[in-house]
Ligand binder design. Structure first.
Ligand code: GLC
Ligand code: CA
Length: 555
């Protein structure tokens, strides 16, 4: 395979500083005109990503799936879903991306399978107590006839986390646990067969040349012994009990670390591979235990993602992140958007945002698009100068807003259905992205089709109208990423220089680059120096930095 990856030096491994671009495959680029993005679509657009200046792509699941939760319900962990292409298409993507210096990271979903996975079908066809059932979490119900679920846990998507099955003899019988949708039964990770299976799946993809894995729900695999009731169900991924001293019965249990270590050993047998945990464990000091040196390489910094665009909060979360991650020898990571949260260029326009995963629908107070874009660009520019790794979610390099007026009839997120529309869910951040302003479907699909309708305001954000157009969000991202790379900011150190600027702002130095943000007020005097990049169109030396604007200066 022809690759152009630089050599890894100890302490300077690629994943310590990588900018990783998240593709949500059904909404990135459609290569065969059916209105759903696919692997050939991704491959055909690799040049745009190389131009953007990313180091790796993480794609949300491409594996075989009934698509009840957009691929996070896997029915075959060793094959590609025909919706997205074939294993050959995948190999071709890995090779073509490598030739451009871009690594491919798989999304692995080990907490649960699809209810159409052969193992689950076997479990349904087998008796209670059988070894087939023991791969999942089947339990008898409570109540006189077992009609009450085994405990009171709620699904993250709403409703009970248990579904009752009809036994092979035709009678109502046991219940199975699903922390997510009923189409996503949880595995029993105390079962050695489950562990062996996933080790083999890891090897399957590592042997195929993937650079590593983003591990789905990496904090949920182990459930508390006896599956005790929970005092305060709150259906969030961090599920923080009101009383923090009390352990949660399925988020962030100690036993998960043993699995982390087993996987790390497997990855260490290969060269230059990395795994990143989706672990919503707060606070940061706990999150950092997921990236101790024999566990994950990286973990998504959700504490940072959830921080408002406020001076004091930003200062605090950045300090805490660097402190906690470096205490365990891991790089900090930075992330503002992904396929589960409201796009940050919309989210940051609100004082109070809906809970993670709830989304914004037509009945919710509508966002201030202009303010959101300004803050979104500022937050990105403030983030991309920080040392460590960074994640970009497809479309954010365009400044793309959330679709906040999507009609219920188009929605697909199980959250919407499991809560009878009360929580509209995550479809608003998953709308196919615009490539060409004047093509049907904004160039997303060869036939102009799109599995979720694109709002009209997407036109102004299309990639072609931003390309080579100074001042656009796309050109801003390109220059930030280029400077980040050439000045090795990912491997740098942060030193605060707030004393150099007015109180309304924050200022840090990383290597020979100084990053200044102004959070409020009329304007802020910028320290002297060559302007390398800025969110404030037309800013020149000596000008004031307005509110919600950022500038990078060479010192
Ligand atoms: C993760 C994914 C999310 C999915 C859930 C269940 O949180 O990011 O999209 O719905 O896990 O697999
Ligand atoms: Ca397609």
């Amino acid at each position: 395979m022809q690759t152009s990856f630089p050599e890894n030096k100890a302490g300077h491994e690629w994943w310590r500083s990588a900018v990783i671009y998240q593709i949500y495959p059904r909404s990135f680029a459609d290569g065969n005109g059916d209105g759903i993005g696919d692997i050939p679509g991704i491959t055909s657009r690799l040049d745009s990503l190389a131009e953007l200046g990313i180091d790796a792509i993480w794609s949300s699941p491409l594996t075989k799936s009934p698509q009840k939760d957009a691929g996070y319900d896997v029915s075959d962990y060793r094959d590609i879903d025909p919706l997205f292409g074939t294993l050959e298409d995948f190999d071709d993507l890995v090779a073509k991306a490598a030739a451009k210096g871009i690594r491919i990271i798989m999304d692995l979903v080990p907490n649960h399978s699809s209810s159409m996975h052969p193992w689950f079908l076997e479990a349904l066809a087998s008796e209670p107590g059988s070894k087939e059932r023991a791969r999942y979490m089947f339990r008898d119900g409570k109540g006189e006839n077992g009609e009450v679920p085994p405990n009171n846990w709620e699904s993250v998507f709403g409703g009970a986390a248990w579904t009752r099955v009809t036994e092979p003899n035709g009678e109502l019988g046991q219940w199975y646990l699903h922390i997510f949708d009923s189409s996503q039964p949880d595995f029993d990770w105390t079962n050695p067969e489950v562990r062996a299976e996933f080790e083999s799946v890891l090897r399957f993809w590592l042997d195929r040349g993937v650079a590593g894995f983003r591990i789905d729900v990496a904090h949920g695999l182990i459930k508390a012994d006896g599956l005790p009731d929970i005092d305060d169900n709150n259906s969030t991924m961090s599920g923080q009990p009101k009383d923090r001293a009390k352990p949660h019965p399925f988020w962030g249990l100690e036993g998960v670390h043993e699995i982390n270590r087993e996987w790390r050993k497997v990855l260490d047998e290969y060269q230059d591979r990395a795994m990143c945990a989706e672990a919503w464990v707060m606070p940061l000091s706990r999150m950092a235990t997921w990236v101790r040196k024999d566990e994950y390489h990286q973990t998504f910094n959700f504490a940072y993602l959830e921080t408002p665009w406020k001076k004091d909060s930003q200062f605090k979360v950045i300090n805490e992140s660097i402190k906690e991650f470096s205490a365990v020898g891991a790089p900090a990571t930075w992330v503002l958007s992904n396929h589960d949260v409201i796009r940050h260029s919309t989210r940051l326009s609100y004082d109070k945002v809906p809970k993670q995963g709830d989304g914004i629908g037509p009945d919710y107070e509508q966002p201030n698009e202009e303010l959101g874009l300004r803050r979104g660009r500022a937050a990105s520019a403030f983030m991309l100068g920080l040392p460590g790794g960074a994640y970009i979610y497809q479309g954010e390099e365009l400044g793309l807003p959330e679709h906040t007026t999507l009609d219920g009839k188009f929605r697909e997120d199980p959250t919407y259905f499991r809560t009878n529309g009360e929580r509209v869910g995550r479809d608003g951040c998953r709308v196919p992205i615009p490539w060409e302003a004047n093509s049907p479907g904004y160039g997303f699909s060869t036939e102009g089709k799109s599995w979720l309708p694109q709002p009209e305001n997407f036109k102004a954000y299309a990639r072609d109208v931003q390309t080579d157009n100074p001042g656009t969000t796309l050109e801003l991202y390109k220059s930030l990423l280029q400077i980040r790379k050439s000045h090795e900011l990912g491997h740098g150190d942060l030193v605060w220089k707030n004393e150099l600027i007015a109180e309304t702002g924050l200022c840090y130095q990383n290597g020979d680059v100084m990053v200044v943000a102004n959070f409020e007020g009329a304007g802020l005097e910028v320290p002297a120096g060559e302007i390398l990049a800025t969110t404030q169109v037309g800013l020149t030396e000596g000008d004031q930095l307005e509110a919600d604007q950022v500038v990078w200066i060479k010192i």
